[in-house]
Design a protein around this ligand. Structure first.
Ligand code: ZN
Length: 165
């Protein structure tokens, strides 16, 4: 077995373990995720439902948000698992959150029968909306200040924090 396969298997086992803790009294559709950070930590996530259905959070986002809140910013791989006929497919909201932090990370999707496929968040969300689309153009930079805008560097002198008055 290659190292990548060992890693995939370890992450999948942790995703299955996380799935066992899913809070899904309404759908009974349990999902587990395990996220490997660049510094070797693994954060597990399960889906968490609510009587107010729209407040439900998926396993993938729980894992990502846990990792971010613990200081992780770089991610190597994530495994996601559910009891589905084919390897589970992350929802649109999770795809958007995953590409924010790790568009190219190894994403292992599986089911309880042992089927799996490997992809990346960017491959799952072609043409995704990202910070590169928030670059200010000319004088419209006023009022900016997010990380993406700062990184873009504006349009030369006075662009950053410029006022029109
Ligand atoms: Zn989702």
């Amino acid at each position: 077995m290659s190292r990548a396969q060992d890693l995939d298997a370890e992450l999948m086992q942790q995703a299955i373990a996380a799935r066992a803790r899913a809070y899904v009294p309404y759908s009974r559709f349990a999902v587990g995720a395990a996220l490997l950070t660049a510094d070797g930590r693994i954060f597990q996530g399960c889906n968490v439902e609510n009587a107010s259905y729209g407040l439900t959070c998926c396993a993938e986002r729980v894992a990502i948000f846990k990792a971010i809140s613990e200081g992780a910013r770089e991610f190597r791989a994530m495994a996601v698992v559910a009891d589905t006929p084919e390897p589970v497919s992350p929802c649109g909201a999770c795809r958007q959150v995953l590409v924010e932090f790790a568009p190219g990370m190894r994403l292992i999707l599986g089911n309880l029968k042992g089927a799996s496929r490997v992809t990346t968040p960017a491959d799952l969300l072609p043409g995704f909306f990202g910070s590169q689309q928030m670059v200010p153009t000319g004088a419209t930079a006023e009022g900016g200040g997010g990380p993406a805008r700062d990184a873009a560097g504006g349009n030369g002198e006075g662009a950053r924090g410029a006022r029109l008055d």
